[in-house]
Design a protein around this ligand. Structure first.
Ligand code: SF4
Length: 380
């Protein structure tokens, strides 16, 4: 049973997965497909059924994140319907509510409608402001559309806007990345997520990787360095390996993942973490519908984390953030001192200059975040 507060209220972030896109990007391995309106209508109907199975009137929802796929591919009436349905189940109050949007899939009237139904944060999948790079990865938008979409959201009154930016793209140079970075920061966004392209097996880009020229490792390190320098000039700070924000605009929902708070996911392939049980929904649409029709949760996999698993997860998620892992919180969660479990690892990396132990918490500095994958392996 999920941990509750003193009044027996369950508290969690809510993730809603919308597994549809206008077109598959060439690097994408997310659970998403191009579907017709009948499939989309039916999915929304079942999404609501799953919501009614999982949400309880006394719950405290701390944030909502509608991601995908491309939620902006939904007719806005569906988004309004989902939000109204959640409100009919739980009193959600004034919380962060994010929607992921593809540039080019928003209009002034749609943005007004999103705002009216309580959505207060928009995350745009910009990825690059170089039209050749966008074309090579199969995005549906160009740079002008991306900047116009951000400007539209600002004009409608959104004050919490993220843009995703990718480095390591085919044909990308340090100069073109620099121009994309500056263009995005100039647009007035309050949050930046800068990710490296990962070539996932089975994607078009992976299968055809020999036909493309990718930036070298050294160039990618330079691009990461550029992000660190430029964000400061725009008044942002780094708060997670790949995430940067103006003070107070950090993503509350994503922070709840990195600090291992409870979250409930609904929709195809959505994951939930409830105390130390991780549940993942099926990613097969017909199974999703059948399981719900049978009155069952559409869960494909359940994983019961051991105390050791949970402690390790606490470390490699917490160390993604610049706050790191709080020693008091670790002790309260696991009943053992952080130093007694991982003291040797921390002595090694503080000695090498990658980690800081200030007595209250341990965290990676910029140098440590650069080799975080190596350090995280120590906890597994
Ligand atoms: S928009 Fe996002 S989810 Fe959709 S295909 Fe492109 S990368 Fe994948």
């Amino acid at each position: 049973m999920m941990k509750t507060d003193m009044n027996n209220h369950r508290s969690y972030g809510l993730y809603i997965h919308i597994p549809f896109c206008a077109r598959r990007c060439l690097y994408c391995d997310f659970v998403s497909s191009v579907s017709d309106s009948k499939v989309i209508d039916r999915y929304v109907e079942y999404l609501k059924k799953e919501l009614s199975m999982k949400l309880k009137p006394d719950d405290i929802i701390t944030s909502i994140f509608m991601g995908g796929g491309s939620p902006s591919v939904l007719p806005v009436a569906h988004i309004e319907d989902i939000m109204a349905y959640i409100r009919s189940l739980v009193d959600i109050g004034d919380i962060e509510i994010t929607i992921e949007c593809n540039p080019g899939q928003v209009s002034i009237s749609m943005l007004h409608a999103l705002k009216k139904c309580g959505i207060n944060r928009i995350s745009f999948g910009v990825q690059s402001l170089n039209d050749d790079e966008l074309r090579l990865i199969g995005r549906i938008h160009d740079s002008k559309t991306a900047l116009d979409s951000i400007a539209m959201a600002e004009s409608v009154g959104f004050t919490n806007i993220n843009a995703d930016l990718m480095y390591g793209l085919p044909n990308q140079s340090i100069e073109s990345f620099h121009r994309s970075l500056d263009g995005i920061l100039d647009s007035g966004v309050t949050h930046l997520s800068a990710y490296s392209l990962i070539l996932e097996e089975g994607t078009y880009l992976y299968e055809n990787r020999d036909r493309y020229t990718f930036p070298s490792e050294d160039e990618i390190v330079s691009m990461q360095g550029l992000v660190l320098t430029r964000i400061k000039e725009y008044g942002m700070h780094r708060y997670e390996i790949s995430n940067y924000a103006i003070e107070g605009k950090e993503c509350i929902h994503n922070m709840s993942y990195w600090t291992r708070k409870n979250y409930i996911g609904v929709g195809l392939a959505a994951a939930s973490l409830i105390d130390d049980v991780r549940m993942t929904n099926t990613s097969v649409m017909s199974d999703y519908i059948q399981l719900i029709d049978d009155g069952k949760l559409p869960v494909f996999e359940e994983e019961y984390l051991t105390r050791e698993d949970a402690m390790a997860e606490c470390m490699f998620l917490g160390l993604r953030t610049t706050h790191g892992v709080d020693k008091k919180h670790f002790y309260e969660s696991f009943g053992i001192q952080l130093d007694d479990v991982y003291g040797e690892i921390h002595a090694k990396y503080t000695g090498l200059g990658y980690m800081v132990d200030d007595g209250k918490s341990v965290y990676l500095n910029d140098k440590g975040l650069l080799i975080s994958n190596t350090i995280m392996c120590e906890y597994m």
